[in-house]
Design a protein around this ligand. Structure first.
Ligand code: NI
Length: 449
């Protein structure tokens, strides 16, 4: 029998769910998922693991509600890119909608390789979250098998976008640039969950005024003040939240805790609570599976157990982290005494500078454009006449901070260790130096060269 059928070919890349799924979200109200591939990626165990990795690591020790996860942030970045495509780009000449699955998958997966308390882990165990993001996407994982259903080379393409090596510069700039979906989500999300007011800006307006071009996302010139606001929000979030000295104190403690555990392991110390899950990290030989297995719940479990260790340093540092008994911090500018001289004084006082004296420096460059000494991709404004202008040549506010790098130094040490120093001379010397460097503090701003 001859039956006429109409076949509609839909590939997996563009296949829609029978019904849209929505996630309730405090930043975007709702996150909409209509694509099968996105839904399948969210369900993988590697993506679900991001629920157990906090977006701001140890910052909850100073901002008690900053317990939000990388899972929420990743969904948020996906949602911003989805809206950018579906509401602003679709139908415009410079946008090829065949790139939609690539942009959406890269947005969703851009932070996939973050480990527990990322910064501490990277510092102590030489891991690199960007490298693990690549490995999880291209290696033998559930995420990889979902992406391979699109096409054999699709995992590599998604990895290349995240790694900024893909030939499609427009898609890269949607996810990583000086005004990208990543920053637009984390500034608002981190502001919301820390309770500060700095991270707010008019994202609706910025999204509406974004335009695709061959190599980058442009912003119509009428959006300039909204971008100024975004840049200032970012600047203030860095100094008020991300570099908050008390917040950094939590990270200092965790770093030293992990450093001590690794040192003890290398020395053949007999742990009461054997750190089985950490061995691949101590030996820097972890597989993708071992990496994905370790989340923050596991780390905190060990830290709690290590309070009962015989090693006084590991026990003390673990207790301090778990019970939030942070080191004291002091501003430091190096003008009175060098770190080496101060370290010598700590050694004379019998304080182990490897674990109880830390100098930290932070720096941030709020905005720059590509010129000698800088490789930043500029923010470009699209004028009514179709011409393109770099934003600092148009905006007074952005011009005034362009290329300026702000730096800050802090010293961390346990306050009671100083008052317990028996040698009066050493104690007084340390106290006076810490006091002097405080009054002489300036916040250096150095021109970027
Ligand atoms: Ni991110």
């Amino acid at each position: 029998m001859n039956r006429r059928t109409t076949l509609t070919f839909t590939t997996y890349a563009t296949q829609k769910l029978p019904e849209e799924k929505v996630f309730k979200d405090p930043i975007h109200r709702y996150i909409h998922v209509r694509d099968q591939v996105i839904w399948d990626l969210i369900k993988t165990k590697e993506f679900q693991r991001l629920r157990r990795i906090k977006q701001l690591g140890t910052l909850y020790l100073s901002f008690h509600t900053a317990e939000h996860s990388r899972f929420g942030h990743s969904l948020g970045v996906y949602e911003i890119v989805r809206r950018l495509i579906d509401d602003s780009f679709d139908g415009r000449e410079a946008w090829n909608n065949d790139d939609r699955p690539l942009a959406l998958c890269a947005a969703l997966l851009h932070d996939l390789g973050h480990g527990p308390f990322s910064h501490s882990f990277e510092k102590i165990f030489n891991t690199d979250h960007e490298q693990f993001t690549q490995k999880i996407i291209t290696g033998p994982t559930e995420v990889n098998s979902v992406l391979r259903r699109v096409s054999e080379d699709f995992p590599q393409q998604v990895a290349d976008v995240i790694n900024k090596t893909h030939e499609n510069k427009l898609v890269i700039s949607m996810i990583s640039s000086q005004i990208d979906a990543d920053r637009m989500d984390y500034l608002q999300r981190d502001a919301y969950f820390t309770g500060v007011t700095y991270g707010q800006f008019d994202m609706e307006r910025i999204l509406r005024l974004m335009r695709p071009s061959k190599d980058e996302v442009l912003i119509k010139e009428s959006g300039m003040h909204a971008v100024e606001n975004f840049i200032m929000s970012r600047y203030q979030m860095y100094w008020q939240v991300y570099f908050h000295p008390v917040s950094r104190g939590g990270e200092v403690l965790l770093n030293n805790c992990l450093k001590r555990a690794k040192q003890l392991y290398n020395e053949g110390y007999t742990f009461k609570k054997y750190p089985a899950d950490f061995i691949p990290f101590f030996e820097e030989s972890m597989t993708i599976e071992q990496y994905v297995d370790l989340d923050e719940a596991v780390v905190v479990y060990y830290l709690k157990a290590w309070i009962n260790e015989d090693d006084a340093i590991l026990s003390d540092l673990s207790r301090r982290f778990i019970n939030r008994d942070l080191f004291k911090y002091m501003p430091f500018d190096g003008s009175i005494i060098t770190i080496t001289e101060l370290t010598d004084l700590f050694i004379q006082a019998g304080i182990d500078p490897n674990y109880y004296f830390v100098s930290e420096s932070f720096s941030d460059l709020p905005y720059d454009y590509d010129r000698p000494g800088s490789d930043r991709q500029p923010i470009h404004l699209l004028r009514r006449n179709g011409k393109i202008r770099e934003i600092s040549s148009q905006s007074l506010v952005i011009h005034s901070i362009t290329g300026i790098n702000r730096q800050d130094y802090k010293l961390y040490y346990p306050k009671e260790f100083i008052s317990d120093i028996e040698d009066d001379q050493v104690r007084n010397a340390i106290n006076s130096i810490l006091a002097v460097s405080y009054t002489h503090l300036t916040l250096p701003t150095t021109p970027y060269v």
